[in-house]
Design a protein. Sequence first.
Length: 436
Amino acid sequence: MSSSLSDRDQQVIWHPYTQHKNMLPPIPITKGEGTLLFDENNNSYIDAISSWWVNVHGHAHPYIAQKIYEQAKKLEHVIFTGFTHEPAVSLAERLLKILPGNFSRIFYSDNGSTAVEVAIKMAIQFWSQQADAGDQKSANDNHHVKYRHRILAFRNSYHGDTFGAMSVSERGVFTLPFHDHLFEVIFIDTPTKANFGHIKSVIDLYANEIACFIYEPLLQAAGGMLMHEAEMLDELLTEIKSKNIICIADEVMTGFYRTGKFFASEYLQNKADIICLSKGLTGGTMALGVTAASQKIFDAFLSDDRTKTFFHGHSFTANPIACASALASLDLIEKEDCVLRINNMVKKNKEFIAGFAIHHSPSNIKNHRQLGTIIAFEIISGNDSYLNNISATITKQAMQNGIYIRPLGNTVYIMPPYCITDEQLNKLYDFLMAIG
Ligand SMILES: *Cc1c(COP(=O)(O)O)cnc(C)c1O
């Protein structure tokens, strides 16, 4: 008898974020449709976390699939230096119209971490080229020109798993073995009325040395679905912008309506100079990253001196099939019923979280919160840590109920695709309500 897919997997696969010793056998998924994932025995599970926050319109969406098929038959890929193609240009044009802020150029890569790497490299090189231009004499005198080189980031942040992205992320369990190899970053807390003065003094201290500030607007997702006030972030951005620091909004997760608006930056008056997108960009079907830059950033790289080129690119830069799937996803988002469904989910989430407070206080639940399409709370059990074992227990209970969720330690959350039906959403609420 041939062995099962799960057995074969366990012979050859190394899974992400998975401790393989004593791991539960992975569940083969054979099919996806709408919010549902189907296993080999045709059990279905509501994908309540949008498959790690990427899915937007549901699984195996026929319209996106069709567009991918059409593009694959026409042009599957081409080198993106010296050449261009319709899906890349059309997607850039459409993104520039909807992005929150004055962006004028789209740089493509293939995931969230690389979108962040690109942003950081743009910001650092921007200042290095300013130093060359403005300070030619001292550039000749000193081999090492002092230019803005420091980076500012939030505590509890998560910007990806490559080295630059890890460097600007919280030093924690994900990054522990690499601390000696990560570059130095100035970390500040997310702003509140109470800590604002202190944060300001830190920024003042280094103001002229800080090249850029990278932030996840309103929601630190991997950090534990931590939410902060738009108003306070806006005050902080005003402060930071007054120091001429380049602002990088990492909207890899918050983009495409997760927070109830197209982009979380729409809750803010202050807009970024660089913005990073991925995850929901293709509706969750293909790997694609975008780093959008303002004219000011782009202009700093224009030069007769070829060393000022942005020497960065990936083999699959602007992959046409990925761009086509992003265009298809945008088509679906721009249909009226999509935003209506999002608004409906946001409204229902608000009602649920209000009722949840009454049902669960006092209890073993704390910090229940909601932002747009996302609901989160902590279970009071052991410590507040990603390694809390309660996560596996909750996932198992959920699966038995036909729901897939994957708590971040003791932080339980849902973030469903927007095609979720009221009935499915109520099923998620009932499950959450029964916890505790
Ligand atoms: C997921 C995530 C990333 C990394 O994206 P990958 O595609 O997983 O590399 C970066 N920033 C934020 C805010 C994220 O949530």
